[in-house]
Design a binder for this molecule. Structure first.
Ligand code: ARG
Length: 466
């Protein structure tokens, strides 16, 4: 069993409905079953897995696959690592900082390695006179205010002082960055789109994902986690879109529309909601939820994220098998190009563009075919004709903001939300019979599988009451 969920003794014999078959829902269902509860899992999509979504199909070459959702797992995310190990899955390195990869900004093209060796020329293009690289400059600025851990006095004091601050405000007002320096760091560290979001978010990813932290991936695809978890979690009623939760009686009633359009009713002693807040807005609660919970559901900021994946029949980024993985950074629309860390099939699928927030919105305005075509053109400008020559025509575009079952990528706090909304996302309703999980409700690991697991353990402890 996973640590952190507590004894769960009082759940024996209880009937629990779990809404959502992503990692939070499946982990919960598994632990509930082990505790002797009777579990019903309802999932709106016809697919299980939530934001773990390994794309295996639109490809032209045998054995190609790519991750539309979770693709990398920090080794210091303990719960995720324990889960992967407990499921008996292999892990291998997810390669991030490959020096051969391209940095193409301000009409100057260099490599990550060359920029690190001597950042001055590119810095000067941005109007910045500094011999340090953008990563080092940012680290130095944030270092001073990064608490050891999130559960300490230091973190509380931090929230008191900086809870209302955006990343941009901190860099401009406290760290004394010039406009040019903000521009440089935003562009090269892929933080431009996060500037108006909370400082807390960027800091948390630093506390738990300090630069240089190792990342791993699951050979064969992240959805192996889902396949293994599903066996433990029990049957999922997929294609059941929840429209209402009624807790007026001793039993709770959940109404869901099935794939034939018919309404189905399910009753239980308790309900665990794990779906993202943007889609939760369309669920009708009877009686109404508390004001604070309603506000948390409607206000918690969910970011946009879009991945444009293109399939190639030649591994031009890794011709002799010695340069896998890594990311290109560009100030063009692609922003961030991610290369596969290991060969997957005979060719390979490249994340031609992985964008967040407003960087993603421009892509979301295009339909998938248009986005793929446009991305091929931009990638060709970065890497030459080999891109067009080896493109198989296979692509997949995943916009999480436009995804019907999530309505966003993940919860990234706006300034102030850590204090104003965060606690309400975790609060139970209906006298403790209705609890909320999902990474968006996690204290410190939103946007990560770790947060899905942490939130599930916390929600189970909340249910484990007389
Ligand atoms: N965990 C995600 C990843 O590995 C990143 C989430 C951050 N998202 C964001 N919109 N800032 O890529």
């Amino acid at each position: 069993m996973l640590t952190g969920a507590g004894s769960l003794e009082r759940l024996k014999g209880r009937r629990v409905i779990v809404i959502g078959a992503g990692v939070a829902g499946l982990v919960s269902a598994w632990l509930l079953r082990e505790a002797g509860a009777t579990v019903t899992i309802l999932e709106a999509d016809t697919r299980v897995g939530g934001r773990i979504k390994t794309v295996r199909h639109p490809w032209l070459l045998a054995d190609s696959y790519a991750e539309a959702g979770a693709m990398r797992f920090p080794v210091d995310h303990e719960l995720a690592q324990v889960l992967i190990d407990r499921l008996g899955l292999e892990k291998r390195q997810f390669v991030m900082g490959r020096p051969e990869r391209i940095v193409d900004c301000m009409n100057l093209r260099t490599t990550r390695g060359d920029y690190q060796a001597d950042p001055r020329a590119l810095n000067a293009e941005f109007g910045v006179d500094d011999a340090r690289g953008s990563g080092e400059i940012l680290a130095a600025a944030l270092e001073a205010i990064t608490p050891e851990r999130h559960d300490t006095e230091g973190w509380r004091a931090h929230l008191e002082q900086y809870g209302e601050w955006s990343l941009r405000r901190f860099l401009a007002e406290q760290a004394g960055f010039s406009e040019d320096l903000i521009d440089l760091v935003g562009t090269l560290e892929n933080l431009t789109a996060r500037m108006p979001l909370s400082l807390t978010h960027t800091l948390l990813s630093r506390v738990f994902l300090a630069r240089g932290t190792q990342l791993v991936e699951i050979p064969g695809g992240s959805d192996r986690i889902i396949a293994a978890l599903s066996e433990l979690a029990g049957p999922v009623r997929a294609g059941h879109k929840v429209t209402g939760i009624d807790s007026t009686a001793a039993e709770l009633t959940v109404t869901a529309t099935d794939s034939t359009g018919r309404d189905r009713r399910f009753t239980a002693d308790a309900v665990m909601v794990t779906c993202p807040h943007p889609v939760l807005r369309h669920v009708e609660f009877t009686p109404e939820l508390s004001y604070h919970k309603q506000r948390a559901i409607s206000e918690l900021h969910y970011d946009a994220a879009t991945k444009i994946m293109l399939e190639f029949d030649t591994r031009w980024w890794d011709p002799d098998g010695t340069t896998p993985g890594g990311v290109d950074v560009t100030d063009g629309p692609l922003r961030y190009v991610v290369y596969p860390s290991h060969p997957q099939g005979t060719g390979g699928v490249v994340y031609a563009s992985y964008t967040w927030s407003d960087d993603a919105r421009g892509w979301d305005a295009l339909d998938a075919a248009e986005a793929a075509r446009t991305a091929v053109g931009h990638l060709e400008r970065l890497h030459g004709p080999v891109v067009g020559e080896s493109f198989t025509g296979g692509y997949h575009v995943e916009s999480w903001a436009r995804n019907r079952f999530t309505g966003g990528e993940a919860a990234v706090y706006m300034p102030g939300q850590a204090v104003e909304v965060g606690p309400d996302t975790r609060a139970p309703e209906a006298g403790g019979r209705l609890v909320f999980a999902g990474d968006g409700t996690s204290t410190a690991y939103r946007c990560w599988i770790e947060g899905a697991i942490e939130s599930a353990c916390r929600a189970l402890r909340q249910l484990d009451r007389d």
